[in-house]
Design a protein around this ligand. Structure first.
Ligand SMILES: [Zn+2]
Length: 255
């Protein structure tokens, strides 16, 4: 049982946490807010802060629904702008999830006609891109330089607001950091000298590769990268065979 496995969080709720009928949003009887999903979103909005943890078990108890039902509703969160890390991205989390971004909840007004990317499309995009950010090449669960954990999302190549469609050819896998810097469009203001120094320290072949990435607008994957992707996503049987093969090749080279 998780230490976060409690339902009633003793918080003083602000006025915004109360629906027009005077009830908390996740207990209101207002039409359109009584479904499991709106209630889940409302409860999360006022009981879990960004960076805090929650569990499916908690949501199930709050909503008084079966486990599979809670899991299904929970996946819908991602279609409505919510972002959270789960054991899928970071196995050590176990049952816990860490809230990363608050999305739509009933207090925002009518539920949007999902302009969001569905869980299914998101999965297809991530699979196609080898489960890695196409910009920096990081995979979910790996770490950034500051030690925080990489999470992946399907990002628009041509922005929604500029007429970009939710179709596989307008979506690509982006990590949290790259997605943010693409959205900000400016990136952080780095010292040009320092950046050039870094570029100058590259070997000729690396410089050529860098130039190619810049032209392509993404970090293209080498045969070695692709082999590692295939290994990572291949499942235990494939992985075992690859490890065995590599060990065998290694031992031969010593003979
Ligand atoms: Zn990235």
């Amino acid at each position: 049982m998780s230490e976060f496995d409690f339902v009633q969080v003793n918080r003083e709720y602000p006025n915004e946490a109360y629906a027009p009928d005077g009830e908390l949003w996740w207990e209101t009887k207002i039409h359109g807010c009584r479904g499991a999903f709106p209630r889940m979103a409302s409860w999360l909005r006022w009981n879990v802060e960004v960076g805090e943890r929650f569990t499916t078990r908690q949501l199930r108890k709050v909503l008084n629904v079966k486990n599979e039902h809670a899991q299904r509703r929970q996946r819908e969160l991602r279609d409505h702008g919510w972002r959270y890390l789960s054991s899928k991205e970071e196995p050590s989390l176990g049952e816990d999830c860490i809230l990363e971004e608050i999305g739509w909840w009933p207090g925002d007004g009518p539920r949007p006609k999902t302009t969001a990317i569905s869980a299914k499309v998101r999965r297809q995009v991530l699979e196609r891109d080898g489960g890695r950010c196409v910009i920096c090449g990081r995979a979910a669960g790996e770490q950034y330089d500051d030690g925080s954990i990489v999470s992946l999302a399907a990002g628009h190549i041509r922005a929604n607001s500029h007429g970009g469609k939710i179709s596989l050819d307008n979506l690509r896998t982006e990590c949290r950091l790259c997605n943010e810097s693409v959205r900000a469009d400016t990136g952080s203001a780095a010292d040009p000298k320092a950046v050039l120094e870094q570029v100058k320290s590259l070997k000729k072949k690396e410089r050529e590769e860098l130039r190619y990435w810049i032209q392509a607008g993404q970090r293209t994957r080498t045969a070695l990268d692709r082999a590692y992707d295939a290994y990572r996503l291949g499942g235990p049987r494939v992985q075992e065979e690859v490890v065995r093969y590599l060990a065998e090749m290694e031992s031969r080279s010593w003979v």
